[in-house]
Write a protein that binds this ligand. Structure first.
Ligand SMILES: *Cc1c(COP(=O)(O)O)cnc(C)c1O
Length: 230
């Protein structure tokens, strides 16, 4: 009999497959699967599909657009207070307050001005989401993220001067390059700056990211199926 992979409509089965793959990749890397948190990327997914994932035991989600997250998540958060929400898309300075009010982890801090503003906003709002520094490991001009050379100074500013709750680093490798070298670079920058968390790996490459030390993997398509809109 041919083994069929579950379709986009079987979110619970897809989640089980991804969790099994995480466990396998962690074991292969001599790591505990508990050291890898699955961030289910629910961008473009309606609340009903997110509810299916929550019903299947998923409790950490990622969104890339603030407005979309504000439309979907306040009601979900009321219904499921234990869910944790990550911002994985770019953050504009004038929207920092709204992001601080909604998210538990902001993965995309990438420049000093934004970091300084965020510190002010956190002081005013009285809420302190965890912070990851986004690194543009491929130094792509059109892409967000601090370039590797600037990252140590940005970490120092955020953590030591601004006293932001900086937990780690995040990267999105160039699509046309071998991801492994980018994962290795992010791991090295985290090591030398003494940061614990690494957010790296998406549907195409999360087992590899786990081999390179990922503590957050951001997986959308393998859970929810392919997106019709970007
Ligand atoms: C969309 C997105 C993902 C998930 O990508 P998939 O290939 O669907 O798993 C991960 N990280 C970021 C920053 C994204 O925007």
């Amino acid at each position: 009999m041919v083994q069929q992979s579950p379709g986009a409509d079987d979110i619970a089965a897809n989640l089980a497959l991804v969790r099994a793959e995480i466990a396998r990749a962690a074991a292969e890397a001599d790591r505990s699967p508990d050291g890898v948190t699955l961030v289910a990327v629910s961008k473009t997914q309606p609340a009903e599909r997110i509810r299916q994932a929550i019903a299947a035991g998923q409790c950490v989600f990622g969104e890339n657009r603030l407005q979309e997250a504000e439309d979907k998540w306040p009601a979900l958060r009321d219904a499921f207070p234990d869910v944790r929400l990550h911002l994985i898309g770019p953050l504009q300075r004038n929207k920092a307050r709204r992001a601080v009010e909604l998210f538990d982890v902001i993965e995309t801090i990438d420049r000093p001005k934004l970091a300084r503003h965020l510190a002010d906003v956190m002081a005013h709002v009285g809420r302190r989401p965890d912070i990851l520094i986004q690194v543009n490991t491929g130094e792509e001009p059109q892409k967000h993220g601090a370039i590797p050379e600037e990252t140590d100074a940005l970490v120092a500013l955020c953590r030591d001067e601004l006293r932001l709750p900086v937990r780690g680093l995040m990267c999105i490798p160039p699509i046309d390059e071998e991801a492994a070298m980018h994962f290795a670079l992010l791991h090295e920058i985290a090591r030398r700056t003494g940061l614990a968390d690494l957010s790296m790996g998406m549907t195409a490459d999360y087992p590899k990211a786990i081999a390179f030390g990922a503590t957050f993997v951001r997986v959308g398509t393998a859970i929810f199926g392919s997106r019709t809109t970007p």
